[in-house]
Structures are given as structure tokens and as C-alpha cells.
Design a protein around this ligand. Sequence first.
Ligand code: SF4
Length: 183
Amino acid sequence: MGFTKLIDAWPVVRQLREGDMLGTGKSARSPRSQALRPRIEDADKVTHSICPFCAVGCAQLVYVQDGEVTQVEGDPASPISRGRLCPKGSATKSLHTSPLRETKVKYRRPYATEWEELPLEAAMEMIADRIVEARDSDWDAENRRTLALANLGGATLDNEENYLIKKLCTALGVVQVENQARI
Ligand code: SF4
């Protein structure tokens, strides 16, 4: 590179020459950065969604290409989050695509040192049996409740899921119902 070209490529010179005093416009670009394309450019469609992690409810845009989620970004149209997502919300795509995501029921029997995989139906039967057993063993007939069971919800539960969980707990006589999602 000749001396003149070297000087011309110097960011300060480019800032002054191009009137880009903050250095955030043209002068900050390189041939490499100019060749970069947004990863959402080839998306087939974009769907509006809400971040499932906490009660703030930041709005998201979910980009899909060939039936796969390719990117999740903040939705600038939201009056709540105005396009922003915290690190958890920004990582939402991995909820769909991470190879570390568990998709099978894992069970470790009492005293076992290894996890085993269970069919979902078998796991649901085990949970139902234990709920019935615990409730029967501690049923307070006078107050029509049990203290042997409790429910702790998670931040990724949405309003509808929480509604159904509370309804189920009330029907079972479970009075200890909590959720860790609060700001
Ligand atoms: S986890 Fe972060 S991005 Fe998601 S709703 Fe809460 S604050 Fe918003």
C-alpha cells in the first residue's frame, strides 16, 4: 500500500474527510464489514413473539428460514422494551436450536448414580401416582387442603400456563403455590 493510500485509510483522516465526526458512519467501515450481510436478510418470514424468560415481557421478532428459526431479535415496535433484549432474551434462539437442549425425560432412581431415560407416559404416570399418594397421606378434611404438596412455578411459564397450574392446585387442595418470576 502506497503512503497516500495508507494515509487515506487512516480512520481519523476518513472521519475528517467524510464529515463523520463521531466515527460511527462510513469512516468506521472496512471492506470486510461492508461485505457483511444481516443474518435476517434471507428470512422467509418474521413472527411476533414475547420473551418467555421473565415477567417484563419484552417483545421479540422471530425470523424463520426454510422452517427453521434463524434469529430472534427485540421488536422496536414494543412500548415496553423498544427493541431491546437482555442477554437471556437475546439467547432465546438456543431454546430451539441448542444441541444441549434436553428433549427426553430424565430420571434418577433413589440411590442411583446414573440418569435413565423414561417414556413421557411412564413419567406422567409416576408423577400422578405420587401426587395422589402424597395428597391421601396428608389430607386435612376439616380445611379441605393438603400441606404435603407445593408448587413452585418458573419464569418461563406464561399467563395461561400459570392459570391452569393454579386451577389444578386449587382442585387438589394445594395451598402452597409460588412462582419465582418477579421483578
Ligand atoms: S428475560 Fe430479559 S429479554 Fe426476556 S422479558 Fe425478561 S428482561 Fe426482557
